[in-house]
Structures are given as C-alpha cells and as structure tokens.
Design a binder for this molecule. Structure first.
Ligand code: UDX
Length: 469
C-alpha cells in the first residue's frame, strides 16, 4: 500500500520504517527540515536498536522516503498516519495543536479519498476534531473529496520498538466504516499469520484503550513501589515479595519491578491526561491521582537514602551515577528519574560523575543543561574514582554484572545505592560493599555494613541510628 506518516518522532519514524519493511511504499513527513535532511543522508536522530539498519535498507530500496512537503507525500498515498506529539498542556490535558495542524494540512493537500489514521495518543473524542479540521479545509477548497478517520494507538516500548512493531502483541483499530476496516486489515494482515490479534472496535474505545493500557502499567509500577516502601519499614524484602506474588498467574511477573519511579514520554503524560479527561467528564479519579503521586515521591526515595547515610548537607561529596536514560536501550531522558535525583543531590551541595552508554548528549544539551556540578565520563569505572558512593539509576545490561572488586577499590566509601535492585545483596556484601536497595531495609548489624566505618563522621552506631529512624 502507499502510506504517508506525518511526524518523524519516535513513533512516526519507527512505524513508517516498519511499514516499508513489510513492502509498503512510505513517505515520512516532518516540518523540521534539519531532521529530514539528516534522514535523507542516513543520519537517524534517535537511538533505537535495529532502527538505523532498517531505515538505510528501505531507503536504498526506494520504499522509504523522507520529505518536508506533505503535498508531495499525499500525491500518491492512500493512507495518512498522524504521528505527532501530544505534549502535556499546562492543565495536564493533552495538547492537540500539532495533531489538528496536521489534519488541516491533510485537508488542504489531499488529492483522493484518504484514510486518515490517528496514531498519536489522543483523548477520547479527538477523531471528531480531526474530522472537522479536515472537512473545514476541504470546504474551503470547495472539494467533494471524502475521507475516513481511524484510530490506531501505538504500543511501542522504547528499546524494543522494532520488535514490538514487527511482531505486535495486538493491533487496536477504531473504525466507523466497513471500507476503513478493510483497508486497515490489508495493511496489518502481513504482521499476523492469522487475524486474531487484530482488534476492531469503535473509535472512542480504541482511543480509550491506549490510555487504559498505559495507566494500568503505571498503576502496577506505583503499586509495587508503594509495597516496596512498606516492605522497607516492616523489615520485609520486596525482591522476595515480588517473586511470591508474580508466580500467581493472575498477577504475573511483568511490570512489578520496584524502582526509582517510572519516566518516559508516555506514562507520566498519559496518566495525567486521563485524569484530566475524566475530570472534564465530571469524574475524579482518586486511583490515578495516587499513581501519579506515588511516582512523584518515588523519584525522591534514593536521594532520601543518600541523605540518611551522608547527611542533609552533601557539600564536598561526590557521587558516581550509572544511568541517565529513563530506561535501558534508549537515549531518551524525558521524565527520567535521573533528572530529579541528580538535581536534588547537587542542590544539596554534591558533585556528580555521571555515566550512561547513550544518553550523555541528551543530558548535556537538554535535561541537565546548566547544572555545572555534573561531570560526564566515558566509562562506568571512571565515574567511581574517588566518589563517595555509587548510585545506580538505569538498569543497562553493562551494569548487571560489574566487577565488584573494582567498585570497592575505586570508591572512596564502598557504598552502592541501587535504584533498580540489580544485585544479590549477599554477593555484594562479600566484597565489603554496603548495599542499599529499594524496598529492603538494610540491617545495620549485618555484614553489609562492615565496610562503611571509614565514612567521615558516620560510625556504625550513627548509621544504625540513621537507618532505624
Ligand atoms: C510505554 C508502554 O510500555 C508502551 O506500550 C507505550 O506505547 C509507551 O509507553 P516506554 O515508555 O517505552 O513504553 O517504557 P516502558 O518499558 O513501559 O517503561 C516505562 C517506565 O516504567 C520506565 O521508566 C521503567 O523503568 C519503568 N518500569 C517499568 C518500572 O519502574 N518497573 C517495571 O516493572 C517496569
């Protein structure tokens, strides 16, 4: 089929590229000339495993094209996807200005009947706004061209977006006409040997599905973080509790990992937007508000542990941080817990030596720009030299099995604060490293504490008092 994808952000670029991989002819459109020029030279603006090779392969074959000219793209397209951002507006609702501006451009430039598919995450009712925006432009042109509006939310996970796109768990499609259903079935059929993962429904239900899915996942995480905070206080180990509950098939193991809070471009924005949509319809969602509140507080948990250990005034302290991206396998730092953690530590007087395999440029140029207390280093071990402690924020694979001898040797104090519970506490203790995790109370009388007496002004008794507090 001939497809236009408007918006070459994360979703648009991955989706367009995967459509071309299936043999469709795709035009990816963006107003950002610099981005399109770069893509036309084979330079990919984001890091996503497998994406670069797939873009180059399909560009060479002529199936994948990049342009700033939407009219050129629509010239031959049967389907146009809207895949632009819906950032959080000032009141928490989704800002639809980019979606509606693309809808207008489609109305202005379409040359034939079009299937206009909304892939951007938008609140229930947006398809009607898209429909009106297109129709208004057609009326201005005095055109009697027809079109269908379709909702097709994306469920891509950064870091595995290509696999998610090529082998989706499901595809949700909201339609209100049989020919729209037939067109979408044709486009998605090659992704499935049978069609039982293709869910057709009405448009409001498809729009709502996306928010419900992300809010459910965010709820699982905040629930687990809440349990981890209780575990810590009552002396239970959340790692064991997680295994205990995950083995119940009704609960399952996925998305119940406690941590230092969820981030990314979706969960924080979408939970907030659903709260706002519900409010607009006269319903106050106490549960979703708590999911948000718990997550906000969770981003402060590691800092609280650091301060309990080293004191509120961190002047003169240096901390090594491993990980900046909001999760592994991406350079994306949107809403990353690293931003809150690092800024809170430097506000308290500390200096940071930060390492991340991919996100250093994002941090320098955007998310931690202006924080001159952060030094960026090229390797995880370089970050440790003379640091007071290591703080693990993102669970990149290269952090999973580190050389604990090297950690203990390079750190000034052998202390790890692990925001992702990556290590076996008993193994870490064998290296004389004091190991703080999420949702596990560190027993001050255990071996884990043996290597920590050299921390200035903090002997075991002080620590015990601090930790018990
Ligand atoms: C999410 C949804 O998973 C995807 O379906 C949707 O299309 C977009 O939003 P993404 O933002 O790429 O994808 O990240 P995801 O892997 O879902 O992780 C989100 C956040 O939750 C990360 O900060 C991650 O560290 C955190 N998380 C995830 C946990 O803290 N614990 C878990 O058990 C799982």
């Amino acid at each position: 089929m001939r497809v236009s994808v408007v918006g070459t952000g994360y979703v648009g670029l991955v989706t367009g590229t995967c459509f071309s991989e299936m043999g469709n002819t795709v035009w990816c459109v963006d107003v950002n000339e610099e981005k399109i020029n770069a893509l036309n030279k084979g330079i990919i603006p984001i890091y996503e495993p497998g994406l670069s090779e797939m873009v180059l392969r399909n560009r060479e074959s002529g199936r994948l094209n990049f342009t700033t000219d939407i009219a050129e793209a629509l010239e031959t397209s049967e389907i146009a996807f809207i895949a632009v951002g819906t950032p959080m507006g000032e009141d928490g609702s989704a800002d639809l200005q980019y979606v509606l501006s693309v809808a207008k451009s489609i109305g202005k430039h379409m040359k034939r009947h079009m299937y206009v598919v909304d892939k951007s995450t938008v609140p229930v009712g947006t398809s009607e706004k898209v429909r009106s925006a297109i129709q208004e432009e057609l009326d201005k042109r005095e055109s009697d061209l027809t079109f269908d509006v379709i909702s097709n939310p994306e469920f891509l996970k950064e870091g595995s977006a290509i696999a998610d796109c090529m082998k989706p768990d499901r595809v949700v499609i909201g339609v209100d006409s049989p020919c729209a259903e037939a067109a979408m079935r044709e486009l998605y059929k090659p992704y499935f040997m049978n069609n039982d993962k293709l869910f057709f429904m009405d448009i409001p239900s498809a729009e709502m599905t996306k928010y419900a899915a992300n809010s459910m996942l965010a709820t699982k995480i905040s629930f687990m973080n809440e349990i981890s905070n209780i575990c810590e206080r009552v002396g239970a180990d959340v790692n064991k509790v997680r295994l205990g509950i995950g083995s119940d098939k009704r609960i399952g193991f996925s998305f119940i990992y406690p941590g230092c809070g969820y981030g990314g471009s979706c969960f924080p924005k979408d939970v907030q937007a659903l709260i706002k949509t519900a409010e607009n319809f006269g319903y106050k969602s106490k549960l979703l508000q708590s999911v948000e509140d718990v997550n906000h507080a969770q981003k402060g948990v590691l800092v609280k542990k650091v301060k309990e250990r080293f004191g509120d005034d961190l002047s003169g302290r240096v901390f090594a941080t491993w990980g900046l991206a909001f999760k592994p396998d991406t350079d994306d730092m949107r809403e990353s817990p690293a931003i809150t953690i690092i800024n809170s530590l430097t506000d308290a007087g500390a200096k940071i030596k930060a390492y991340d395999p991919k996100a250093v440029n994002e941090a320098k140029e955007c998310y931690l720009k202006g924080n001159d207390q952060v030094d960026y280093v090229d390797s995880k071990y370089e970050a440790l030299k003379d640091a007071d402690a290591l703080i693990l924020i993102t669970e990149w694979k290269e952090f999973r099995s580190p050389d604990f001898y090297e950690i203990a040797r390079l750190l000034k104090n052998s202390v790890i604060f692990d925001g992702r519970n990556q290590y076996d506490a008993n193994r870490v203790a064998e290296y004389g490293i004091e190991y703080h995790q999420i949702g596990v109370r560190l027993d001050p009388l255990s071996d884990s504490f043996s290597g920590s007496d050299d921390v200035d002004g903090m002997d075991s008794k002080n620590i015990e008092a601090e930790v018990r507090r």
